[in-house]
Design a protein around this ligand. Structure first.
Ligand SMILES: *[C@@H]1O[C@H](CO)[C@@H](O)[C@H](O)[C@H]1NC(C)=O
Ligand SMILES: *[C@@H]1O[C@H](CO)[C@@H](O)[C@H](O)[C@H]1NC(C)=O
Ligand SMILES: *[C@@H]1O[C@H](CO)[C@@H](O)[C@H](O)[C@H]1NC(C)=O
Ligand SMILES: *[C@@H]1O[C@H](CO)[C@@H](O)[C@H](O)[C@H]1NC(C)=O
Ligand SMILES: *[C@@H]1O[C@H](CO)[C@@H](O)[C@H](O)[C@H]1NC(C)=O
Ligand SMILES: *[C@@H]1O[C@H](CO)[C@@H](O)[C@H](O)[C@H]1NC(C)=O
Length: 711
């Protein structure tokens, strides 16, 4: 022992002396540890006596020490404590003396286990010193094959409630040996080699455990073949799992009136016969895990006929729920109270109709496990009929997804816990988990699925982040399986961003182009509307020049006339003619114009004047406007102008549209004139210069070609 150890032990002993219980500390050298709750555990092959413990110790476990003899003297140090529980395990005990427990007045629990040298005969004698306070006895793994006659007779006056004889080597057991236990509640006979057991009447027994024995038949629970009173009238839990039982005889489970929990795991029965459990009026929980050798072959039509059954566990039976292998319409039809059904590792038909028939009677199911059943798709209209389904386990199948969740889960889901781990689901999105399916969900396991780490997974990542649902095994079991460069990456480390994920829709491009065209079109229209007048005037000008280049010979010369032009206009347009027109044409360009207000001779009629002056003018300028169109005078003058046009050709007449003429004022002679003769439009502001240029050009243009017919 080094100094440090000595120091530590010193401190521990200080604590021990102070007798302050701490959570856990050594209380006898390093051999024994004492716990706050009053337990002392000693363990060391070099410990050859029972040491003295602090007074708070109430329970002592001597494990793997060396105590060949247990006697009054050996247990002397315990008389300083109020020991309630005493356990000897693997101490190489060879004998226990008659008066050994004489002073342990508070003892309730006594255990002596794994003492292969200790015979049951030897122990039997010491029972006389066990006080009447003792209620729990454990004699396990002592390699006992036989119990001596009247083994427990001296315990007759005790109040033993629990007896463990597990892990011994009993082969044949006659339960009359337990006769003295008038108040026994639990009898544990598991892990022996019992081939044959004769039960006796246990009026108070609540639990009987016979698992891991060699029974090849279910023992009879009836008083006799003629008396159908029960030997176990109060037993609630019966465990006969892992025996060599190959058949359930017809009346196997009769005379078990109050059994609620029946455990038959790993029995070798291949056939579950009709009505086998139907006489168990209290049966709630039936466990048939791993039944069958090598697998369960037949479930007869009414095997599960039970009006009380709430839970069936049938893990690993590898039963084929297939067409022809069982009757789907009857199997679960007579257990209306069934709430929990565990069918892990059986096989199921993928036929929707079959599964619908099988599960349709189970509308009260709360808890259903179809884990590891090789399902590759979820059946339609099955879960949706389970209106109280709370926990659904579909782990370990080959499910890739589903298209119509309404057909599978109905339009309202009651599922709180859903396990879809270890399937083949690659994408989780809103079409697989619509709102009504998520609404009541509290926990979901989607671990160990081959997730695709692409933009398709964005909805899922968002769901994980935003929802209150607990994602079991997240994030460690959520890994990417695709694409190859992401294989093995934790899904939580995959962050697809908007600019990668939101694809550019070609429709957007088209829409933008169309919109641009539309805007351009509107703009052009607006501009064209604004410039219409200028455009027309410009065309007028081009046409003048074009015609000139054609090289017509002038037939009338302006020099032969007194005036360059005679101006026809109505009184309302006088201001414009007198100010604008005269200024531009006469003052600025040196033409001579004939205007009736200025030039007409007083005393002559207007018509005479017009005729007179028309002959003196080379060309005629007609100033048109609404007012002009409305005046009668205009109508007359239009006729005169038409006449002139016929004689001198179209170049002899210059039409100026001062303001637009409303269609209602348009007369047909005027219309004919305008249709046959190009005209200029007056425009104030932008384009005014163009107008005057065009007018001057028109005035300058020689009158060349012969008169043409009016169109
Ligand atoms: C009682 O315990 C002490 C140590 O605590 C030990 O030395 C002694 O031998 C024990 N007495 C008996 C009778 O075992
Ligand atoms: C059946 O056995 C029980 C208990 O052993 C007994 O009380 C009862 O009288 C018997 N009934 C008949 C009909 O023998
Ligand atoms: C189901 O069990 C009850 C009660 O034991 C029985 O009366 C009934 O006949 C059984 N039903 C069928 C179809 O065997
Ligand atoms: C859900 O389905 C049931 C029957 O299929 C129907 O009666 C009910 O109106 C549906 N509810 C909704 C919200 O669609
Ligand atoms: C959801 O994922 C499945 C594949 O698992 C796919 O077929 C479906 O189109 C996806 N739905 C949406 C809305 O992305
Ligand atoms: C999560 O729970 C909180 C508080 O209970 C609630 O306010 C919130 O709406 C819930 N979120 C979702 C997505 O259900």
């Amino acid at each position: 022992m080094n100094l440090l150890q000595l120091f530590v032990i010193g401190i521990i002993e200080q604590l021990y002396i102070a007798n302050i219980p701490v959570n856990k500390r050594f209380c006898y050298k390093t051999f024994c540890t004492c716990y706050e709750n009053g337990l002392a555990v000693c363990s060391s092959r070099s410990l050859e006596y029972v040491p003295k413990f602090p007074t708070f110790v109430r329970e002592v476990s001597m494990i793997n020490t060396r105590l060949p003899l247990i006697s009054e003297n050996t247990l002397y140090n315990l008389t300083f404590n109020k020991i309630e529980k005493l356990k000897f395990e693997a101490n190489s005990v060879e004998s226990v003396s008659k008066n050994a427990f004489r002073f342990l007045k508070q003892l309730t629990t006594f255990e002596i286990s794994e003492q292969p040298q200790l015979t049951s005969d030897n122990l039997k004698d010491s029972f006389t010193s066990l006080q009447s306070s003792v209620q729990y006895l454990y004699f396990t793994a002592n390699r006992w094959a036989l119990l001596p006659d009247k083994m427990f007779d001296s315990l007759k006056g005790n109040h033993i409630k629990v007896l463990h004889l597990t892990g011994n080597q009993f082969k044949n057991l006659d339960c009359t040996i337990f006769q003295p236990f008038g108040r026994l509640e639990r009898l544990h006979l598991s892990n022996n080699k019992i081939e044959h057991i004769v039960l006796k009447e246990f009026g108070t027994l609540l639990k009987l455990e016979l698992k891991n024995n060699f029974l090849d038949i279910i023992p009879s629970f009836c008083v006799s073949s003629s008396n159908s009173s029960s030997l176990l009238p109060n037993v609630r839990t019966l465990d006969i799992s892992n025996n060599y039982i190959t058949t359930f005889q017809k009346h196997a489970f009769e005379c078990l009136p109050k059994v609620k929990v029946l455990i038959l795991d790993r029995v070798n029965v291949n056939i579950l016969p009709n009505n086998i459990f139907s006489n168990m009026k209290w049966l709630r929980h039936l466990s048939l895990n791993s039944v069958g050798n090598p697998k369960l072959k037949v479930i007869e039509d009414y095997a599960f006929n039970s009006s009380t059954l709430e839970t069936i566990h049938m893990q690993n039976c590898r039963f084929n729920f297939f067409i022809g292998m069982c009757n789907p319409e009857t199997i679960f039809s007579l257990c209306p109270k069934l709430m929990n059904l565990e069918l892990i590792n059986n096989r199921f038909s993928q036929n929707d109709k079959f599964l619908q028939k099988l599960f349709r009677p189970l509308s009260n199911l709360r808890w259903l496990s179809l884990s590891s059943t090789k399902l590759s798709k979820l059946p339609l209209q099955v879960f949706s009929y389970m209106k109280a389904l709370n926990h659904l386990n579909l782990a370990g199948n080959r499910i890739t997804g589903w298209q119509y969740p309404v057909d599978i889960f109905g339009n309202k889901s009651t599922i709180h816990i859903l396990d879809l781990s270890q399937n083949l689901i690659s994408v989780v999105n809103e079409s697989t988990f619509p709102r009504y399916l998520r609404e009541n969900l509290q926990k979901i396991n989607l671990g160990n699925n081959p997730f695709v780490c692409t933009c398709d997974q964005r909805w899922f990542l968002h769901w994980i982040k935003e929802s209150n649902v607990t994602f079991l095994n997240y994030p460690l079991s959520f890994k990417c399986a695709h694409p190859p460069e992401k294989t093995g990456t934790i899904l939580a480390n995959f962050h697809p961003t908007d600019d990668i994920c939101i694809p550019w829709n070609p429709l957007y491009t088209m829409a933008i182009i169309l919109l641009s065209f539309f805007v351009l079109f509107i703009l052009l229209g607006a501009v064209a509307g604004k410039c219409q007048t200028n455009l027309k005037n410009y065309i007028y000008l081009i046409r003048l020049n074009y015609n000139r280049r054609q090289g017509y010979l002038p037939i009338l010369n302006s020099d032969d006339f007194e005036y360059h032009a005679f101006v026809v206009y109505c009184d309302a347009d006088r201001t414009w003619v007198h100010s604008e027109l005269l200024r531009e044409i006469e003052s600025n360009n040196g033409f001579r114009l004939c205007i009736h207000h200025r030039n007409f001779e007083v005393g002559q009629t207007i018509t005479c004047n017009v005729d007179n002056f028309l002959t003196k003018a080379w060309k005629v300028i007609v100033v048109m406007s609404n007012d002009f169109a409305m005046s009668e005078w205009c109508q007359w003058e239009v006729d005169v102008v038409q006449e002139r046009r016929r004689k001198h050709g179209k170049d002899g007449v210059i039409l100026v549209m001062l303001t637009n003429i409303d269609s209602k004022h348009m007369t047909s002679p005027l219309r004919i004139l305008l249709d046959s003769t190009p005209y200029l439009r007056y425009q104030r502001g932008v384009g005014e210069v163009l107008f005057w240029n065009a007018l001057v050009e028109a005035l300058n243009k020689p009158i060349g070609h012969p008169p043409v017919a009016v169109v």
